[in-house]
Design a protein around this ligand. Sequence first.
Ligand SMILES: Cc1cc2nc3c(=O)[nH]c(=O)nc-3n(C[C@H](O)[C@H](O)[C@H](O)COP(=O)(O)OP(=O)(O)OC[C@H]3O[C@@H](n4cnc5c(N)ncnc54)[C@H](O)[C@@H]3O)c2cc1C
Length: 378
Amino acid sequence: MSNKPPIEISGAGPAGLAAALAVTAAGQRALVYEKRTDVGGRFHGDFQGLENWTTKGDVLEELSSLGIDAGFEHVPVHEIVCFDPAGTANTFRSRQPLYYLVRRGVQPGSLDHALKQQALAAGVEIRFDTPASHLPYGGVVTEGPRRADAIAAGYLFDTDMADGIYAVISDELAPKGYAYLLINQGHGTLASCLFEDFHNERMYVDRCIEFFDRHIGLRMENPRRFGGTGNFSLPKTARKGNILYAGEAAGFQDPLFGFGIRWALLSGAAAGQALATGDPGQYEKTWKQRLRPYHKTAATNRWFYERLGNRGYRLTLQHFPKGGDVRDWVHRAYAPRLWKRAWYHLAASRRTTPLLNPHEDCDCTWCRCKRHMKIQAT
Ligand SMILES: Cc1cc2nc3c(=O)[nH]c(=O)nc-3n(C[C@H](O)[C@H](O)[C@H](O)COP(=O)(O)OP(=O)(O)OC[C@H]3O[C@@H](n4cnc5c(N)ncnc54)[C@H](O)[C@@H]3O)c2cc1C
């Protein structure tokens, strides 16, 4: 490994650990600062989905090509039961996994724990309990969301219910979002993912419980409340001099349904590799090529989704071809199209505002003002 000073990364989430792995793969040292006492502390053992629809190829193969092992528990999901607002169930299936169910949190088997183990084995140094606020020599900022464009709230629980993946699209349960119930191997995650009316979060969670109980029969043991926020604003630039922003810190997350793990891993790996190879400008090119078209498409999809209302959700679900493959269907909906890009610029781009927070000291990880670059130029 090189004798150069380590490349610094602030935040040991998926984006930060992917960045660290890319740095060590390029023969450089990586030093990760994490403000919490362990990785995954933002999560609570909840199930999340690692999406497998934006590309034709499998996400795990893409991660492997970036040097990220699938050493975490991952359950392929081929079937999902999706309820419309009236409570009609539609069962959708796919040949290839629509997504992989993963756990988030500190516990062994979780995505976070496995990434930590892989990073430590690769020689990455992680300093826990150490918040970073400045990166004077440059580095990668992967500190997670900075504002809430959406929130998810609900319960984790133990259960003897059979494994199953359920979603409900209804503004009564999750305005402009969706509710979900994920059961696997005796563990359950139930949540309402809201894109507006955050103040009434509790009411929506109660309605979700009532809905799933009525339609499936909920058996929740040892319920624990959980929740979190998501940020998905497309930045104009994810670079401030030698500081690169990746994952949700840059706003990289699917704006239609809030799937951010894959985008965090991809952008983190790209940022780490660009810095390790001494070419930070390459990062801008990579994310603009790999992520931006999907972001614009998903933001346009969201624009239409927000205008559907309960009647529109029902018609959309009915529109799904009988016996069709849900992964193919979703893949087509997320595929970048010229008209969606045009619509994005005309109407759907309202979440692109760059996060300006003009601090005086411009190596601050929060600030995106151009002062740092001006200092470098003089
Ligand atoms: C309830 C919920 C459900 C979700 N479900 C899904 C899903 O099903 N599928 C999906 O793809 N995505 C899902 N997401 C989104 C996904 O979890 C995130 O997009 C993803 O974790 C982003 O990774 P990240 O590395 O960018 O940020 P994070 O995972 O947030 O990691 C950031 C890390 O930085 C640390 N940190 C913050 N500030 C500092 C600092 N100053 N110094 C040092 N460390 C710092 C934090 O403690 C944290 O460990 C969900 C999110 C929530 C909240």
